[in-house]
Ligand binder design. Structure first.
Ligand code: PHB
Length: 382
C-alpha cells in the first residue's frame, strides 16, 4: 500500500493541461446569451480553481453566429486543430443538431450549456454529449397540466420556426391536451427575421383562445413581449410560456410589458436557497446585476468540468464518462445527470414576473421536482 501511495503522490502533483473549446454565439440574435453563459462558466472556474490546483485550463473561444454550418466548421477547427479536450457551449438547437454527428464520431466530450434540442439527449443521444442546461420538452411540458389546472381550456401557441420552437410547442401541446385542454391554433414565425409580430398577434387574438403559450428568447423575446403589451393583448389574453420569455437577462428592458407573464423554467433569481443566494451575490458583485438562467447554465457547466477533473479524468474518454456522472447542488436546486439520456434532472419552477422593490422579480407559483425526460435513447447512449 505504501509503495502505491508513494508513486501516486508525485503523479497527482504534476500539472495537467486541459484545453476547453468554448463555442457560443458572440454575434447574432443570441449574442447576449452567449456572453452570459461565458460569464457564468468563467465565474465557476475562478471560484473553484483552488479545488483543482494541478489543472491548467486554457479556453479557446469561437463564435457560432447562431449559424449551423459556421458552428460545425468551428467545431471541427476546435477538435482537429486546437485539439481541445472538451467542448462547452452552444445555444441554438439548430447548431447542436448540426454538430452532433461530428462530436459523437470524434469522441470529444461536449457539455451542453444551453441548446435544448431533445434529440441530442434522445434519439440522437451520445455518450459524449452531456447536457447541464435543460431539454426543450423538459422546460415546456410542465406548463401543460399546470395551465389546465388553472381552468385554462384553450390555448394559441407561438414560437420561432426552428427546432427549439417546434420541440417546445410540441411538448407543451401534448401535455396540455393530455390534461384536457385544447390547442386551438399555432403559428411559427421566421427565426431571426421577424421584427413585427403584429400579424401573428392578430391571428392569435382572433382564435378566441383563453391564453397564449409562447417560446421566444434573446432579442426576439424582448420585442415579442413588448409588442404583446403595446398590441393590447396582455389585458385580455394572459401570456404564458417558457421562462426565456422574461429572462432576468433582459426583463428590465421589457419593463412593465413583462409584468404578469407566467412561465416555467429551471431557474429564477428569486429561488430562496443558500446556494442561490451565494451565486446571486458573486455574480452581482462581478456584473452589477442579477444572474439569469444562462449564467447558471454556464456556471454549472464549469462546475461539472471541475467535478470531472477532481474525479481524476484527464483525456476525452475519461472526461466524457466523468461528466455523465456528475451531481451537485446548483443555484437552481439539486442536479444530476440521468444515465438513460445524459440530460440533466432538475426542478422546474412555475412563476409570475412581478415588479419588486429593486426591479423585476419572480413570484414562484409551483415547483415540479426532479423532472427527467422519457428515455427514448437507451441504446443510443450506450
Ligand atoms: C435553443 O435553440 O435550444 C434555445 C435557444 C435559446 C433559449 C432556449 C433554447 O433560450
Amino acid at each position: 500500500m505504501a509503495a502505491v501511495l508513494l508513486t501516486a503522490t508525485p503523479t497527482l502533483a504534476q500539472a495537467e493541461d486541459y484545453t476547453v473549446g468554448l463555442l457560443l454565439p458572440y454575434s447574432g440574435v443570441y449574442a447576449a446569451l452567449g456572453e452570459e453563459i461565458d460569464s457564468g462558466f468563467t465565474l465557476a472556474l475562478e471560484q473553484r480553481a483552488g479545488e483543482i490546483p494541478e489543472a491548467e485550463i486554457t479556453i479557446v473561444r469561437e463564435d457560432t453566429e447562431v449559424k449551423p454550418p459556421i458552428a460545425l466548421s468551428k467545431t471541427r477547427k476546435l477538435v482537429l486543430q486546437d485539439e481541445v479536450d472538451v467542448l462547452v457551449g452552444v445555444v441554438s438547437s439548430g447548431v447542436l443538431g448540426a454538430m452532433r454527428d461530428f462530436v459523437h464520431q470524434s469522441g470529444t466530450p461536449l457539455i451542453v450549456a444551453n441548446a435544448g434540442n431533445d434529440d441530442a439527449t434522445g434519439k440522437r443521444g451520445s455518450p459524449y454529449i452531456t447536457r447541464l442546461s435543460f431539454s426543450n420538452s423538459q422546460v415546456s411540458r410542465p406548463m401543460g397540466p399546470w395551465m389546465a389546472e388553472q381552468g385554462i381550456e384553450s390555448v394559441f401557441t407561438l414560437a420561432p420556426d426552428y427546432a427549439a420552437g417546434h420541440q417546445m410547442i410540441n411538448a407543451f401541446t401534448e401535455a396540455f391536451e393530455d390534461a384536457g385542454g385544447k390547442v386551438v391554433g399555432q403559428d411559427f414565425t421566421p427565426f431571426q427575421n421577424t421584427k413585427d409580430f403584429g400579424p401573428y398577434l392578430t391571428t392569435a387574438r382572433a382564435s378566441g383562445a383563453d391564453a397564449i403559450f409562447a417560446f421566444y428568447a434573446g432579442g426576439e423575446a424582448i420585442s415579442f413581449v413588448k409588442q404583446y403589451e403595446s398590441f393590447g393583448l396582455a389585458e385580455d389574453v394572459p401570456l404564458h410560456g417558457t421562462g426565456f420569455l422574461t429572462s432576468s437577462l433582459y426583463v428590465e428592458s421589457q419593463g412593465s410589458a413583462a409584468e404578469g407573464v407566467i412561465t416555467s423554467l429551471h431557474y429564477a433569481p428569486a429561488i430562496a436557497t443558500a446556494e442561490n443566494q451565494a451565486f446571486v451575490e458573486a455574480f452581482s458583485a462581478a456584473h452589477g446585476r442579477l444572474p439569469s438562467e444562462y449564467a447558471v447554465q454556464g456556471y454549472d457547466a464549469g462546475q461539472a468540468l471541475v467535478e470531472a477533473i477532481k474525479s481524476g479524468a484527464t483525456d476525452r474518454a475519461s472526461l466524457a464518462t466523468a461528466l455523465s456522472e456528475v451531481q451537485f447542488t446548483s443555484p437552481r436546486g439539486p442536479v444530476a445527470i440521468d444515465p438513460a439520456t445524459n440530460n440533466i434532472v432538475q426542478n422546474i419552477y412555475i412563476y409570475k414576473t412581478v415588479a419588486g422593490d429593486a426591479g423585476m422579480t419572480q413570484k414562484i407559483l409551483g415547483v415540479v421536482e426532479a423532472v427527467r425526460d422519457p428515455a427514448q435513447s437507451a441504446q443510443a447512449v450506450q
